[in-house]
Design a protein around this ligand. Structure first.
Ligand SMILES: *Cc1c(COP(=O)(O)O)cnc(C)c1O
Length: 342
């Protein structure tokens, strides 16, 4: 069977998850009458110790809604140059919110309180856009699954409070950070105004993200979701997949992290591989000698029915996930060893 490590979004619902989904009790969620969606939102709000949560069809929409709730047109948000909200949401920051981004040259997609401090425009200097929001990503996607040190987030939280800035977390892969660092989700809930979490990546649900936050801001979330076209009806079947994943697919993520570390170690032994970025979670980013070796390596893998992704600028990416079984992992390691001696 093909080994597909292009992304953890490729995971498909397991038989058990599908069975659980089919048994869901549903209603019209635009009327807030879908008991399964309501339960998912209640569970996630409780996990993060925040007041309220709202189910969204995608992570991009949850992030875009949060940005809309935090800002006014003409204002500016601060994010790392690799941020998903800036690079991979179709320009939604400007399209939906009329907001510009001040990008920071961070480390593996992570930025520091000191860097943010430098990037805040003085509020009384009316020539520059008013800074109103800071967006962090944890774990970082383009940054290679890196996890923030919680103390850095504490400093960023204090800085945002001091300057009256909103603080949003793009937590598409927060579950990986929670498992890798052993952090209670409430610690994150306590430090951010809003957090988006994704159910359709490593957790394996077919769709869905949840935006969680404190009630004053979240009052706006229903309206913004409606405007973005994200009000859904009997979507409890899908929310059930999320509920199932919360119970069964979080703790097992440490297996994905172990496999990613083993792959990184094996890759670092290959002569053609010039750099393997540190592996904190389930993403391995690595670089080969040159364009030619990159192409021959990728075709060697695809001849062996292994798919990985090319991020451009000489970077290749592997993402482990629960559909990547132990048997496939052993096969991949053997194929890498064979490449070394070929
Ligand atoms: C996947 C992802 C999202 C959301 O993506 P959707 O495909 O819109 O669900 C948001 N942020 C990060 C960092 C992601 O990796």
């Amino acid at each position: 069977m093909k080994i597909d490590l292009r992304s953890d979004t490729l995971t498909k619902p397991t038989a058990e998850m599908l069975k659980f989904m089919m048994q869901a009790e549903v209603g019209d969620d635009v009327y807030k009458e879908d008991p399964t969606v309501n339960e998912l939102e209640r569970r996630i709000a409780e996990m993060f110790g925040m007041d309220s949560a709202l189910y969204f069809p995608t992570g991009s929409m949850a992030n875009q809604a949060a940005i809309k709730m935090h800002t006014q047109p003409g204002e500016q948000l601060i994010a790392d140059k690799y941020a998903h909200v800036y690079n991979y949401e179709g320009g939604g920051v400007s399209f939906n919110s009329g907001v510009s981004c001040k990008l920071i040259d961070g480390h593996r997609g992570m930025i520091t309180a000191a860097q943010i401090q430098e990037a805040i425009n003085p509020p009384d200097f009316y020539h520059s856009p008013l800074t109103s929001l800071v967006c962090l990503e944890n774990t970082t996607n383009k940054g290679g699954g890196a996890c923030y040190d919680i103390n850095e987030i504490r400093e960023i939280n204090a800085l945002c409070a001091e300057h009256d800035l909103g603080l949003h977390l793009d937590g598409a892969r927060i579950w990986n950070a929670i498992v890798a660092k052993g952090t209670d989700p409430k610690v994150y809930g306590n430090l951010f105004d809003t957090i988006s979490v994704c159910l359709s990546k490593g957790l394996g649900a077919p769709m869905g993200s949840v935006l969680v936050g404190n009630s004053s801001l979240m009052q706006k979330a229903m309206r913004v979701r409606k405007v973005l076209g994200g009000g859904m009806r009997q979507v409890g079947f899908m929310a059930a997949a999320g509920l199932y994943a919360l119970d069964h697919h979080i703790n097992r993520m440490s297996e994905d992290h172990d496999k990613a570390k083993e792959l990184a170690l094996q890759l670092s032994k290959l002569n053609v591989v010039t750099n393997v970025e540190p592996v904190d979670t389930n993403i391995v980013i690595f670089t080969l000698e040159d364009r030619e070796s990159e192409q021959s390596f990728v075709s060697y893998l695809s001849a062996n029915e292994i798919a990985i992704s090319n991020m451009g600028q000489g970077k290749l990416r592997i993402v482990t996930h629960y559909d990547y079984a132990q048997e496939q992992h052993e096969r991949f390691l053997a194929i890498l060893k064979a490449f070394a001696s070929s």
